[in-house]
Each structure stands twice: as C-alpha cells, then as structure tokens.
Design a protein. Structure first.
Length: 414
C-alpha cells in the first residue's frame, strides 16, 4: 500500500552498510538478551532464530564474518534480576553500543534501567506496558504498547467494523488484561461519542475453570445476547479457550482478540470439518503475508522460511525490527559523527550518538516503516487478520494516524 511503500534502494543500502562495516577495525556490538529458559523461553528462542537468520543472510554478503554488526546473545532466564545482571555484563565487559530484549514489562524495565544508566540505547522486544519506554530517553519499544493497541482496537471496532458498542471479556487476575480493559473503555468513548460504549465487562474463569456458567449466561441473558461484538483482553490461551467454546456452541458473536490468540488451540487449518472461529479478528504487529514489506524484511522472511520450514511469527518479526532499527541507528550515528570522529570517539560518545539516532530517525528497514513518539513508543500501523481454524488471513493495515487523532491524550493513565 502506498502509505508505506519503501524504495528498493533502501534494501541495497541496508546490506551494503552491513557488509562494508565488516571491514572496520572494530565491529559494532549489540547485546541481545533473549530468554532461553523460563516462562518466556519460547519467545526468546524465536528471537535467537531471528538473529541466526540475519547472520546467515550477512554471511552471503562476502564480508569478513559476513556481517557488520556483532550480535551477542545471552539468556535472560525470564528473570528481571538476571536481565539486569546480563545488561551490566554486556555493557561493562563486552562494551556493547546498544541492547535489545525483554518479553515482559519487568524484564524490559530491569535491563532498560541499566542501559539508561550507561547512557546506551535499549529496545524492548515484547513488553507492552507503556511505562517501559518512559524510564529514559534511551529506551524505546518495538511492540505497540497497550495504550496504543487498545485505542486502535476501539477505533477499529466502532468505526471500521461498524459496531456502536461492544462488550469486554477480561481476566481479573491479570494486570495486563485489566489495563487493556480500562484503556478500551476510555478510548471507546472518544470514538463513539457515547458515555458507555463498552457497557458489559465479564470475567473469564481462570485457565482450567469451567466456562459453562458463563456460556449459559450469554445464552439466557437477553441483553448480553443482543451484543454482537466482544473484545477479549485475556491472554492468548484463554482467548482461544473462549473462542473455541463459543464456536462449538454456535453463538453468533464477533470476537476481537485484543490480547492475542493461541492458534494451536483453534483447530487444524487443514481440517475441512473445522469451521471458522465465529467472526474472530486478530490485531497483530506482523503477518507473513502482509504487503509492503521492505526489501530487508522480505529477504529475512524468505530466509527464515527456507531455514525453518515455516513463516516467521510475531516474536521473530519484532526481533528483526529491533535488530534493523539498531543497525540503522548505528549507521546514522556514524554518519552524524563522521567516520574519523567515530573512530576516535570513546564508548560513551558512541552510545550517546546511537541513542540520539535511534530516537530521531525513521526505521525504514523494518517490517513496516515507523518512527518513535517523544515517549519512545513506535508509531506502528496495526495489522488486522481474520482467524480461520488454526490459521490467519491478512485483511488490512490500520494506519497509526487513524487511531491517533490530533489532540487526543494517548496516555490518560499509566
């Protein structure tokens, strides 16, 4: 689509920069804290695969080592304390210019705080709490924060899908789910003009809990039965559990999974007897079949699929975006200082130059072009997909400007 068409020369510039930098006397080192163990290991391992894929691509450029950037991957252990320790080690012992990592808010905050004290840039990967980027000018996020995501969902449901109101299903034990619910209720009023456009909020039983009472209430309560659009702020597994039950009961509900959807629990996409999840819509940061991918992103997606036999998912794409954002910022930092001055500069000066370039530049090599707000949040367009059994189909982009009208307070509360 024309609103983010990226010229082919940008792809050439990307690989030429990385290849030519490989001949420099000192490589530009970036620390990657990617969980190999613990709760976030699946996402961390996906990030590691993204790093490996990029390194493989760079080897084909015939530079010494095949790449300009030296990516130092360490295990964060899904533990904020370990994240902080790893960040200290990368900055002090390995002399990295910048870092990236963190799939949950606590880990990203722990590492980001350390990088900020060293005045080095840091990009969180999967953290969604808007406060992550607020700890320092040196910290940014590559995933859309919950305040922006909730605002986008509210705008899309009301103005794009045409539902004047919707109901919410939340996990009352999850601070993230409660945060999204609160944002959705707030922003829905901005786009609908109604005082209570999100009139019902139901609590989903904890994972493993019996859904039957909730389902019976949805069937018997006439007011609830009249609500067509239901936004789920629960986690991916609970959203899939709810969606599967709704499908099996044959209830006529349009589901919007604002907290993600575990497709592995939604049935096989190859099973002809698996019906479509009823009206399920899924907001994403990335879809492998989205149009308008930059040249580097297309090369990455093709290389990843060839190596691993499947398309990259959101974790891999977010890792790629963080890596390319840091690569582009490093390139710009060298340009801003000048090659001779960069070679003479001390580590603190190089880090500060990279941080300034990251915040002020536009990321053009990423899966979609974006820059950052003054808070450090990415101005990403949302990618919408429909869910069919255990697979998704790309629908359209929701440009950032459509859900961020001028004058709107994007952070009404933290």
């Amino acid at each position: 689509m024309s609103f983010w068409r990226v010229s082919g020369w940008i792809a050439v510039l990307f690989w030429v920069f990385l290849a030519t930098q490989a001949t420099a006397q000192e490589p530009i080192r970036i620390g990657v804290i990617a969980d190999q163990t613990g709760e976030w290991a699946a996402d961390g391992l996906a990030a590691s695969l993204a790093v490996e894929t990029v390194e493989t691509m760079l080897h084909s450029q015939n530079g010494p080592g095949g790449h300009a950037m030296e990516w130092l991957v360490v295990d964060g252990g899904s533990d904020p304390t370990q994240y902080a320790a790893r960040a200290h080690w990368l900055l002090k012992e390995k002399k990295v210019i910048a870092g990236l990592g963190g799939w949950d808010d606590a880990s990203a905050l722990a590492a980001g705080d350390v990088f900020a004290r060293y005045r080095a840039p840091f990009a969180s990967l999967g953290a969604a709490g808007p406060g992550v980027a607020l700890i320092s000018h040196n910290v940014v996020m590559v995933r859309t924060p919950d305040n922006d995501l909730s605002r986008a969902v509210a705008q899309y449901v009301i103005l794009r899908l045409g539902f004047p109101s919707f109901a919410l299903v939340q996990d009352s034990a999850s601070p993230t789910s409660l945060r999204k619910t609160r944002y959705l209720r707030h922003f829905a009023r901005s786009f609908s003009g109604k005082e209570i456009p999100a009139g019902w909020t139901l609590d989903l039983p904890a994972e493993g809990g019996d859904l039957s009472p909730l389902i019976e209430r949805l069937k018997s309560d006439q007011d609830l039965a009249a609500v067509r659009a239901w936004v789920l702020t629960t986690g991916p597994r609970d959203a899939a559990r709810f969606a599967s039950r709704i499908r099996s009961e044959g209830l006529d509900m349009v589901l919007i999974a604002a907290g993600g959807l575990d497709l592995s629990l939604m049935g096989s996409p190859d099973d002809p007897e698996t019906p479509e999840a009823p009206g399920a819509w899924l907001p994403l940061a990335f879809h492998p079949h989205q149009p308008g991918l930059s040249g580097p992103a297309r090369t990455f997606a093709a290389g990843y699929a060839k190596k691993h036999g499947r398309d990259p998912g959101e974790p891999e794409a977010l890792a790629f975006d963080a890596m390319t954002a840091m690569a582009q910022a490093s390139d710009q930092a060298v340009r801003n200082l000048g090659q001779a001055e960069w070679d003479r500069a001390d580590l603190e000066t190089r880090r500060r130059a990279a941080a300034d370039a990251l915040r002020s530049g536009r990321c053009a090599w990423t899966t979609q072009p974006f820059d950052f707000t003054r808070e450090g949040w990415p101005k990403r367009s949302l990618v919408w997909a429909r869910v069919y059994g255990g697979s998704t189909a790309f629908v359209e982009f929701q440009p950032y400007e459509t859900f961020t009208p001028p004058g709107l307070d994007t952070l009404p509360f933290k």
